[in-house]
Design a protein around this ligand. Structure first.
Ligand SMILES: [Zn+2]
Length: 379
């Protein structure tokens, strides 16, 4: 996912995407902290800052989170986040309505109109799933089950989880080509993926063109991002270190994380791909390499930026988060709760990331790295 100001022109890695407009928002980082606090917890009480605007040929309404001469960041009533240039043809005008999330029935109708007669929109407790007609309920069940497992796992460890304000939208395209057409439309620049969670649209996009078991791990990963950003486990407008967001995504790839027979052993819940990568390239002969990756991930997100290091970044992030969640759940919860509450649209600087980590987790990076490595070897 993909982040905002903070994501200073960060290229989208594998899956979690802030769309390509993000670099524009990056400029705001410094200013924004002065301009806004954060979305009030009770959005519906808000009567100021509501605007109506045109984007992608459609009229939208939403609450302005950030207002600058050249850019406005607006939270739409459907949960999407828009970057609007008031100087261009968006016809931004202020309205007096209070902010209300869009009712489910209205959002369902909007999705029907958007995707057309070949798709159906199925609602579950937490989701609106758009899928080609006649695909039954395995996709809606997969998303619902993933979300339930996610909130149960987090709640059990003391992470703050709240009800989402918007139904989560998941769109299942009939095949990869149709999914990539949508990516191009949304200016999502990723390749070789089975799906993404897009922070701006707040949707998971995936496809039904392969064997479900082959894309299920990706879908569980993306669904975990969506659950995290909609339940307050992460914030959509703060700069969360990528090893945290992607470590969580990787954790939920394992089928045991979302099945009822998950078993009590941590080894059953481990991400096999990540373990294999760590064992083959960062094994105990290479303690220093593992430590170096840990230190770098705590301080910045650069390992995710290069094709040469991105696989290592995902694997080591998984190991770090899985160790905390399974072996130090109290620190895991404190750490998650801290990063979710940081100020909106403000860069999380390296020195602060390292200082907060040491303070909250209670370990210096070297000792932490050793514990993570022992834990991974024990699995
Ligand atoms: Zn991810």
């Amino acid at each position: 996912m993909t982040k905002a100001t903070f994501p200073t022109a960060r290229p989208a890695t594998r899956d979690f995407v802030f769309a390509s407009r993000r670099p524009a928002i990056a400029v705001l980082a410094v200013v924004v902290a002065l301009v806004i606090g954060w979305i009030p917890s009770d959005c519906s009480a808000q009567t100021t800052g509501m605007v109506e605007f045109f984007s992608a040929g459609k009229q939208h309404q939403g609450m302005a989170l950030v207002e600058l001469a050249h850019e406005m960041i607006v939270l739409g009533r459907d949960g999407s986040i828009h970057s609007v240039d008031p100087r261009k043809g968006n016809n931004v005008r202020r309205i007096r309505d209070a902010y209300e999330p869009m009712p489910v029935t209205e959002l369902r109708n909007q999705l029907r109109a958007e995707y057309g007669p070949e798709y159906e929109v199925t609602s579950t407790k937490n989701f609106l799933v758009v899928q080609p007609k006649g695909r039954g309920d395995r996709w809606p069940q997969l998303f619902e089950q993933s979300h339930r497992s996610f909130t149960a796992y987090m709640t059990k460890r003391g992470v703050n989880v709240r009800e989402g304000r918007f139904p989560m939208v998941a769109v299942v395209f009939p095949d990869q080509q149709a999914m990539y057409r949508e990516f191009r439309k949304l200016k999502i620049d990723v390749s070789r993926v089975a799906g993404v969670y897009s922070n701006e649209s707040n949707r998971v996009l995936t496809h039904d063109g392969g064997h479900l078991s082959l894309i299920a791990a990706t879908v569980r990963h993306e669904a975990a991002h969506q659950s995290a950003f909609n339940s307050g486990v992460h914030s959509r407008v703060t700069d969360t270190p990528k090893w945290i967001t992607e470590g969580i995504g990787q954790m939920f790839e394992s089928p045991a994380m979302t099945s009822r027979q998950s078993g009590s052993r941590a080894s059953n819940r481990a991400n096999t791909d990540s373990i294999n990568l760590i064992r083959s390239t960062l094994s105990d002969r290479n303690e220093v390499h593992f430590y170096k990756a840990v230190v770098q991930l705590i301080g910045d997100d650069m390992l995710f930026d290069s094709d040469k290091t991105v696989d290592k970044a995902y694997a080591v992030s998984w190991a770090m988060m899985f160790y905390l969640a399974e072996r130090q759940p109290r620190e895991f919860a404190k750490w998650m709760n801290h990063t979710a509450k940081r100020p909106a649209f403000r860069n999380y600087e390296k020195a602060d990331r390292i200082r907060d980590f040491e303070q909250i987790v209670g370990l210096n990076p070297l000792d932490f790295s050793k514990r993570v490595q022992w834990f991974i070897e024990s699995l």
